[in-house]
Design a binder for this molecule. Structure first.
Ligand SMILES: Cc1cc2nc3c(=O)[nH]c(=O)nc-3n(C[C@H](O)[C@H](O)[C@H](O)COP(=O)(O)O)c2cc1C
Length: 372
């Protein structure tokens, strides 16, 4: 039996489990076509909405680097600095649904075996807004999208009924998911914000609404640093800044922690992992925690806008990995997916030299002799 890098996730067959996430790499037809030609198994389109979108002046995204000698994190370009993260305050696609529809159709006609997931977003405060979700869902599905990703996670929305403000409210998570499921014939994934106390609560609400998968993480809320020379934020408009999203290598361990919470709480459900992936080493962490696909943004943005070298390396490393593991009977993702999920345990379950005296950090009960 030879190795098989295909993957079936929420009923959709992927040529490989590597997707471009919803972001600039998937903001146009030409980018998505280039991505498929380069070998990506799937793409999630830049989020499509019906409300007005006007981005701020100037740069919408920048990269932070850290110098090896001082560990200083800064957006300033300098030699010998390693990538730390991406920072962005970009809104969703500024193209209309009418612009997207024929393009989704053309892309799917040209690449029937590649997967196109349409990311969508609307408000949630009333029936009219829930109707917007249904309009978006029906339009993308009629255009040929293979699945829908509901954006409950954009970190820079002022509207209380949109983006991560939906992902912070379990009631809204289930109501919106249910409204989309009512009209959809294709799988529905919910992309949650990492900016909540217990992501398991919102995931449970999405599953109650009928979600087929949970996607995590979007970027983490963050600010750019203040330049010690000018005393201004490194990215600002008229000296002002607002909260933006952190992505890339810096968020990998935090995104993994969110994913472990999710896959441990729902071992039989489907999860797509995002955050800090640039090669197989990071993707494996997500697979071993239980993810059936992974998505990439920052690393692809830095590699010719759509990551041709990133996907080439991912596919090659994945093939090599499976070939190496064939001796122990692994041929495909399902043979090892989730293998390390149960290794994430409570502190008190970790072995320690003086276990008897630890008592999970609690003091012994006063007045009683210790049992012998
Ligand atoms: C400039 C930029 C724009 C983004 N726009 C969207 C978006 O429209 N919809 C969405 O769901 N996520 C969006 N994201 C988040 C990414 O899809 C991804 O979840 C995040 O960057 C973490 O992945 P990474 O560590 O590979 O960058 C955006 C990220 C960046 C950097």
């Amino acid at each position: 039996m030879s190795v098989d890098i295909t993957s079936t996730f929420t009923g959709i067959k992927f040529p490989n489990p590597f997707l471009l996430s919803s972001a600039p790499p998937t903001e146009s037809e030409s980018n998505i076509v280039r991505a498929f030609e380069a070998g990506w198994g799937g793409v999630v389109t830049k989020t499509i909405g019906l409300h007005p979108v006007v981005n701020v002046y100037g740069a919408k995204a920048k990269f932070m680097r850290t110098s090896i000698d001082t560990a200083q994190v800064s957006m300033k370009k300098r030699p010998d600095a390693a990538l730390h993260s991406s920072w962005n305050w970009e809104l969703i696609s500024d193209k209309t649904l009418d612009w997207w529809q024929p393009r989704i159709r053309r892309i799917k006609d040209g690449f029937p075996d590649r997967v196109l997931i349409a990311s969508i977003m609307a408000g949630s405060g009333n029936d009219k807004e829930l109707g917007h979700w249904q309009t978006l869902a029906k339009a993308c599905q009629e255009a040929g999208a293979d699945g829908l990703e509901l954006n409950f996670s954009c970190p820079h929305m002022d509207r209380k009924d949109m983006g991560s403000n939906i992902g912070k409210d379990q009631g809204l998570c289930s109501v919106v998911t249910e409204a989309v499921k009512e009209v959809s014939t294709i799988p529905v994934w919910c992309k949650l914000t990492p900016a909540t106390a217990d992501i398991v609560v919102e995931a449970a609400a999405c599953f109650r609404g009928g979600a087929d998968a949970i996607v995590s993480s979007n970027t983490f809320p963050s600010l750019p640093v203040i330049d010690p020379e000018t005393l201004e934020f490194e990215i600002n408009v008229d000296g002002r800044v607002s909260s933006g999203g952190l992505g890339g290598p810096a968020i990998l361990p935090m995104a993994l922690a969110k994913m472990a919470q999710l896959t441990k709480a729902f071992p039989d459900k489907s999860f797509s992992g995002i955050g800090g992936i640039s090669d197989l080493s990071q993707a494996l962490s997500y697979f071993l925690l239980g993810c059936g696909t992974v998505q990439v943004c920052t690393a692809a943005m830095l590699d010719h806008a759509i990551g041709p070298n990133v996907i080439k390396k991912l596919n090659q490393q994945y093939r090599d990995f499976l070939e190496k593991q064939e001796a122990q009977g692994w041929h495909q993702l399902e043979d090892f997916r989730g293998l390390r999920r149960d290794r994430v345990v409570l502190q008190s379950e970790i072995r320690r030299p003086e276990a008897a005296e630890y008592n999970a950090g609690y003091e012994g009960v006063e007045g009683y002799a210790a049992p012998v």
